[in-house]
Design a protein around this ligand. Structure first.
Ligand code: HDD
Length: 662
């Protein structure tokens, strides 16, 4: 693959230790790396053993603090290509020049869990993109949900304290199903809309490759004439947005805590590059007050049916990192990293974020020079009078490190906007200093109801189940009741069912007169494709090898990823067996197909287990007609017992078959 500018830059820092001599960090060749220097073979280790000291000291200091939120993440490199110039709205170079391929680095993450936690937990997913543009780094630090729990950044520490493991016993890990989170929710009703998203299927994505991304805040586009528009950013995956089911998600947490990173890593290694289209919703400044919500409120969406999403480009993730620590862990995102043509608004959540990101990197990355780390460097030159600090790497020459000066001809010099200098949008601002919130931010429930109304029946059922699980884990009865009463304002049926599930009193008030729906919010309406869906093809080593090869080939041609599962490893004809019943599990596949079986009791039992588990998770199951008895009378949508491969592929493509009596 041709190297892009970022890749070329990173190449200067890559080190390959293979086939090299072992040395100390001073370059001294080492004769021995197994035994410390001792006074006599059975004697004490000597202080003068500099090799031991250096090796151990470095090891002792290997860890840095994990991110205070979004600690568990996984990233990949890629490129952004623009479909059409957006110069009518923005002067940002990477959004106006269609001939450019802008290098990107994207880090996906969960929010709550610590760095080693499982990945398929119920949580928001981070979707942070660094565009290495010719005008500097632009960071779009978003999530897979378009709204947030709070309206003002001053509440962020409170929110995070409430959702993280409780401080007295550090439980539960990577989960919001506990008292302090729900106590926070009940006492901060602005969270209602986001909680609906967090209780929906969006919180358990099938894959990082199958989830949307959102910039959340309203930003500004500013064009060359200085005219501004409000803008919201979206990422739309070409594979559509799809989810796991909760029982499956919990089991995957045990069977493969790395499920999402493995999926992304392997897809990229296999050349199945995930693609996301960049969408923008654009609003003229004069339309700011045209809506029944405040466009600056981060707990509100702009329904796509009211403000269409225009797809303006696509991002392809095509390269895995070389080193997770150097790249994924050390990357430093910041919502404040903007380029000319993109600017902020007065969204109070966004305003507070502008402080937090640099601040957190200072402690996490140990000083003010983290911009010099290879992954964080812009691909364009950078010059200023900042000097010194821990881990400074550049050697800035000359006596001058101040502005203004004559000695260096007053350089580095500032730039006019025409020369590419960033000019803050000259929004007119006036007001009294107040600690308060605009009344236009006070409707917390209408859009939560809009979200509920937009869900299909099965998605609503999942939301009720998620509330019942989460609130069911809450020990404090008052908190449970408060949650029930709060969500009656979203929908009485929802609250009543949750009340019933957790043994609380049914709500006495509540109700909503919002009848509006936004079909774009339902994942049931998303595109569904067979591409890269994983099928476990169960086959026995004594089965018909040529038939198996044909089946697997057929699935592959249809875009599926077929992996052979059997009782033991080895080969069937020319096909290697990828997994055994033990090393894989039905929850790790999108579908199960029984190509052949033997009569061994254990083989049948394991095959039956695979089929039943997949059936219970609403997945496609199939069997060659000869082995159809293993499906044990299971029938209906998504169960294919004839030899028609196309029917099976169609069943997999449907993602899930909800009309099953389970
Ligand atoms: Fe944040 C990390 C996204 C609100 C403070 N945030 C972080 C990451 C993402 C988001 C994706 C991980 C970046 C990475 O992969 O390295 N955060 C959001 C979104 C928000 C949001 C979409 C609401 C719209 N965040 C938010 C607020 C604050 C922060 C209100 C504080 C005022 N976020 C942080 C942080 C983190 C962070 C503490 C932790 C690690 C880091 O920044 O680099 O500064």
């Amino acid at each position: 693959m041709e190297k892009n500018r970022k890749d070329e830059q990173l190449e200067q820092f890559r080190v390959d230790d293979r086939d090299q001599k072992l040395t100390t960090n001073q370059g001294l060749k080492v004769t021995e790396d197994e035994f410390s220097l001792k006074a006599g073979v059975r004697g004490p280790t000597l202080m003068e053993d500099f090799h031991f000291r250096e090796k151990m000291t470095h090891f002792d200091h290997e860890r840095i603090p994990e991110r205070v939120v979004h600690a568990r993440g996984f990233a990949a490199h890629g490129e952004f290509e623009l479909y059409e110039s957006m110069n009518q709205y923005t002067k940002a170079n990477f959004l106006t020049d269609t001939s450019k391929k802008t290098p990107v680095f994207v880090r996906f993450s969960t929010v709550v869990g610590s760095r080693g936690s499982a990945e398929t937990v119920r949580d928001v997913r981070g979707f942070a993109t660094k565009f290495y543009t010719d005008e500097g780094n632009y960071d779009l630090v978003g999530n897979n949900m378009p709204v947030f729990f709070i309206q003002d950044a001053i509440k962020f520490p409170d929110f995070v304290h409430a959702v993280k493991p409780e401080p007295h016993n550090e439980m539960p890990q990577a989960a919001s199903a506990h008292d302090t989170f729900w106590d926070f929710v009940a006492n901060n009703q602005e969270s209602a809309h986001m909680v609906m998203w967090a209780m929906s299927d969006r919180a358990i994505p099938r894959s990082f490759r199958m989830m949307e991304g959102f910039g959340v805040h309203t930003f500004r586009f500013v064009n060359a004439e200085g005219v501004a528009h409000f803008v919201k950013f979206h990422w739309k995956p070409l594979l559509g947005a799809h989810s796991l089911v909760w029982d499956e998600a919990q089991k995957i947490s045990g069977k493969d805590p790395d499920f999402h990173r493995r999926d992304l890593y392997e897809s990229i290694e296999n050349g199945d590059f995930p693609v996301y289209e960049l969408g923008v919703q654009i609003l003229a400044e004069e339309d700011e007050f045209k809506f029944d919500f405040d466009v600056l409120d981060p707990t509100k969406i702009w329904p796509e049916e009211d403000v269409p999403v225009k797809l303006i480009g696509k991002m392809t993730l095509n390269r895995n990192v070389d080193n997770v620590f150097a790249e994924t862990e050390q990357v430093a995102f910041h919502v404040g990293n903007v380029v000319p043509g993109i600017d902020f608004t007065n969204d109070p959540l966004l305003q507070g974020r502008l402080f937090s990101y640099t601040d957190t990197q200072l402690i996490r990355l140990g000083g003010p020079n983290f911009h010099e780390l290879p992954i964080n460097r812009p691909v364009c030159p950078f010059h200023n009078n900042q000097r010194d600090g821990y881990h400074r790497m550049t050697i800035n020459k000359g006596p001058v490190s101040y502005h203004k000066n004559s000695l260096a001809n007053n350089t580095p010099a500032t730039s006019t906007p025409e020369e590419g200098g960033f000019e803050h949008y000259q929004e007119k601002v006036e007001g009294r200093k107040v600690r308060n919130r605009s009344d236009s931010f006070r409707d917390h429930f209408s859009q939560a109801t809009l979200f509920w109304n937009s869900m299909s029946d099965i998605e609503k059922e999942h939301i009720i189940d998620a509330f019942s699980f989460e609130v069911g884990k809450v020990k404090n009865k008052d908190v449970q009741q408060q949650v029930v009463d709060m969500f009656a304002n979203v929908n009485v049926d929802l609250a009543t069912k949750v009340a019933d599930a957790v043994g609380a009193n049914p709500p006495t008030g509540g109700g909503s007169d919002v009848t509006k729906q936004s079909p774009a919010l339902s994942q049931e309406n998303m595109v569904k494709k067979p591409d890269t869906r994983k099928v476990a093809v169960i086959a026995s080593r004594d089965g018909d090898a040529s038939q198996l090869e044909k089946t697997v080939q057929g699935f592959k041609e249809a875009g599926l990823k077929a992996e052979v599962v059997s009782d033991k490893l080895g080969n069937i004809g020319n096909l290697p067996i990828d997994h055994t019943f033990l090393t894989a599990d039905p929850v790790l596949f999108d579908a199960i197909y029984v190509a052949s079986m033997n009569d061994e009791k254990k083989f049948k039992k394991e095959t039956g287990r695979y089929v039943t588990e997949a059936f219970n998770h609403f997945k496609a199951i199939g069997a060659a007609s000869k082995f159809a008895t293993i499906l044990d009378g299971k029938e209906g949508p998504g169960v294919v017992t004839n030899d028609n491969g196309e029917q099976f592929v169609a069943a997999v493509t449907a993602h899930r078959h909800w009309n099953r009596d389970i």
